[in-house]
Design a protein around this ligand. Sequence first.
Ligand code: PMV
Length: 331
Amino acid sequence: MSGRATALAHSNVALVKYWGKREGVDPSLNLPETGSISITLGELQTRTTVVFDGGLDGDKVSGIRDKDHERVSQFLGLVRERAGIETFAEVRTENDFPTGAGLASSASGFAALAMAASHAADLELSKTELSQLARRGSGSAARSIFGGFAEQKRGQAPDGSDCHAVQLQPWDHWPLSVAVAIVDEGEKPVSSTAGMLWTAETSPFYAAWLADHTQDLETVRSAINERDFDKLAHVTEHNCLKMHATMLTAIPTLLYWNATTLAVMRRIWQLRELGTKVCFSIDAGPQVKAICDASSLDIVAATLESVPGVKRVIRSGLGTGASLIDTEVKA
Ligand code: PMV
């Protein structure tokens, strides 16, 4: 068979984070220990084309770091198994933002790959199934299948059949904006998968991180439904700081921030004290994502640009879910 498809997906930033894998289950299922809630970012986009081609004697991957080729090939193996084919594929992927620096390139990357590879293999998957498939590549990718506000459900089943994302609200329910302060364009030293395992094994705060999670998810769900920015800001920052507290107290310590990260956090607190609706979140990297109401984006972005050490600021509104651009399959 031969088949090709191109898909687009956007990155996301979690308001309630995923940091820890479920224990005692098949690790290849990549099941999270907790649920998570994110917003999908319209301006941070990955475009991926997958071509299954009977003439190839191995998968051919371009546009991503060499060290990630194997992970993509393993993911294609899951798609082949499900479609009952053995054909290798060529994958071309383009990100319009720096990769590997805590900007969730794996989220948009595996969401776009799940969508493109499944269509190119002539599989008809529902959004729930696509989300489960994307999760096998990267936990946060499960959320990027959906636009606006998405929740990744923890689920209970050991086979992962109830572990997928759902859309809580579409982007236009509450058009928030995000200013991403890029403070270092280099690659992060420790991958999130390695960081999570290491944190769970060694941080004395890991149990406390898990204990509050259900409450944080509930509060953020209601803040979104009520469009209550103050409530959202409080839990988003606290949840992010709790996650980083588990990293900082891992042995050896896992510190993703640099001095500019801290300067940006302080500037965001100052803006909020002066009445701007803004809060921050930080993932497994040094960049700071300032989440604000759409009318404050210009002032927030300009303020972050003026912080010494900030290289540039990416402005984004909320985005839609993963989408198919074109597809063609021949038997
Ligand atoms: O999906 P992964 O394995 O890249 O892990 C994502 C981890 C965080 O970005 C730090 C948190 C999250 O929920 O996105």
